[in-house]
Ligand binder design. Sequence first.
Ligand code: NAP
Length: 246
Amino acid sequence: MLKDKVAIVTGASKGIGRAIAINFAKEGAKVVLNYRSDDNGAQEVLKEIENSGGVAFLHKGDVSDFSVAEDLIKFCIEKFSRIDILVNNAGITRDTLLLRMKEEDFDSVINVNLKGSFNCVKHASSFMIKQKYGKILNISSVIGLIGNIGQINYAASKAGIIGMTKSLAKELGSRGINVNAIAPGFIETDMTSVLEDKTKETIMSHIPLKRMGSVEDVSNLAVFLASDLASYITGQVITVDGGMVM
Ligand code: NAP
């Protein structure tokens, strides 16, 4: 579905970003795999793609840094001379109640999740506008829709991503660029493995499909939204959450 498309996936060394990158490559896309620190994880993703005949390059860097994001986009252009798909997936949590939340906990989550997405979009969009073609996928969260105790920083960042997605869809629609957000629910990754069993049980009781989501549940939607099958879909927030939020 993505034959010869060029994609950047941020936060691709593990979890949802890894699955999206691998699924994109399986569908024929060439992929730039951005990550911040997990060299082994990133190398594994690269090998998996190359071993199945795909093309990918690693880019190590912190997307919350404006100039690093610029470097990421330039790196993609140098390698492939275009950028068709940008997936803003890199994300972190610093969960704690407001009373205990430090300024740094708030700033770091906003800087990576929201500002990092802005940084990449800012630099990628000029190339997409010139191409008159682009697909931007922003990974939000159901928490950005409904909020959560202990996650005011994370919820604000993910709600911010939704506002940014809709505004960008309006700004860039006439340039042939689709911008959508995916709002995953409770997906099995390192991010959710730290949750206590009791918290997991409570979340599970609110999921009609009675299971956690897999990274593939999310990456399958990402493939569809990044493909031309979704060319009349823009400005949408699509949940992948087993029915948790409806
Ligand atoms: P994860 O397993 O913790 O992976 C996070 C990825 O983001 C890693 O590759 C990490 O790279 C990268 N990253 C973190 N900060 C970065 C930065 N400043 N610059 C570049 N890369 C950075 O998380 P996940 O569960 O796959 O989550 C992926 C996205 O989905 C996040 O945006 C998250 O908020 C969202 N999400 C997840 C869930 C869930 O249930 N898991 C639910 C809703 C939304 P390194 O490890 O190499 O540093």
